[in-house]
Design a protein around this ligand. Structure first.
Ligand code: GDP
Length: 291
């Protein structure tokens, strides 16, 4: 399957590295590998007509390196091999590991850091990120569920949105900000009865992100991190780690618009037949709008 690229295994990686990319992030167990497999299968079916190779499901990847697949933006999960190929530009879907210790992989795509100094570098021109899909498991998100994944998912999301917020505020050229990167929060596993609908997912996340933001700003004051950073020359401005509107009481996703970050929460299910769940047509067409 020549369209599917895993990291640098393919010789044409230099060509593909300049393709617009969608970053797939989210905690472990959210269904990223399953989603990648599905998209890979659909993309393969609708673009490749001359291959005899069988489409193998993507192996659950526990490695530390991100996996990239090249997709035809026009390929929708419902398209078949009979569909006419279109001229839409392909893009890369970069799947990143969800383990908390490896999260920096995802964030480094959004806010690259200089490996020597640890300071932020300007956004990469060679691999422009067009959007982020943040996948989470909506069936374990309820704060009252026994192994609630809310805190883990929200912590990751906080770091991700904060990286985008920093990207916006730090890379101005004159009055020009870098191109905006919209975030799709894909609430997965809506085929399961314990799953929260998208509206509730949004509400719970906003509340949890608000709690995180308060506890982080307190932690910063208590621990003297600010002074330490100042000494190291990483002077932080007040409110640098505050997500959204500074000083506001409640966090809401729409506060991110101030930083040119559009956040949308949409429910779906990677697995389960159409009768069991909503599928992931909505997520797919979100990427299709050229976003
Ligand atoms: P990752 O860690 O984010 O890559 O998550 P995986 O893709 O490995 O999925 C974790 C588990 O969730 C697997 O057992 C999947 O089969 C399951 N899963 C993924 N998507 C869905 C879904 O839409 N519905 C249900 N019921 N299970 C799902």
């Amino acid at each position: 399957l020549h369209q599917v690229l895993h990291g640098n295994e393919s010789g044409s990686s230099s060509k593909t590295s300049s393709l617009p990319s969608i970053l797939l992030a989210g905690p472990s167990g959210a269904g990223k590998t399953a989603l990648l497999t599905l998209f890979e299968k659909r993309a393969g079916r609708s673009i490749s007509t001359s291959t005899n190779e069988k489409t193998e499901p993507a192996k659950t990847h526990t490695s530390q390196t991100p996996v990239s697949i090249k997709l035809n933006a026009a390929a929708s999960p419902s398209s078949t091999s009979d569909d006419q190929p279109t001229k839409k530009k392909p893009f890369l879907l970069i799947d990143t590991p969800g383990h908390p210790k490896l999260r920096s992989t995802a964030l480094s795509h959004l806010l690259p850091l200089d490996p020597k100094t640890g300071r932020p570098l300007p956004p990469s021109k060679s691999q422009p990120i067009k959007g982020v899909i943040f996948l989470l498991d909506a069936s374990t998100l309820s704060p009252s569920s026994p192994d609630s994944s809310l805190s883990q998912a929200a912590t990751y999301l906080y770091d991700l949105l904060l990286a985008l917020q920093h990207r916006y505020s730090r890379y101005t050229k004159g009055s020009k900000h870098p191109p905006s990167i919209p975030v799709l929060i894909a609430a997965n596993k809506l085929d399961l009865f314990t799953a929260l609908p998208a509206t509730l997912v949004k509400k719970e996340l906003e509340a949890e992100l608000g709690r995180i933001r308060v506890s982080r700003s307190k932690g910063l004051l208590d621990s003297g991190v600010k002074e330490e950073d100042d000494l190291m020359g990483n002077s932080k401005e007040e409110g640098d780690d505050w997500l959204g509107e500074y000083g506001s009481e409640r966090f809401e996703f729409r506060q991110m618009v101030e930083f040119d970050i559009e956040v949308e929460v949409m429910g779906g299910s990677v697995l389960g037949g159409e009768e069991d769940g909503p599928g992931c047509e909505g997520w797919w067409s979100y990427g299709e709008d050229g976003r």
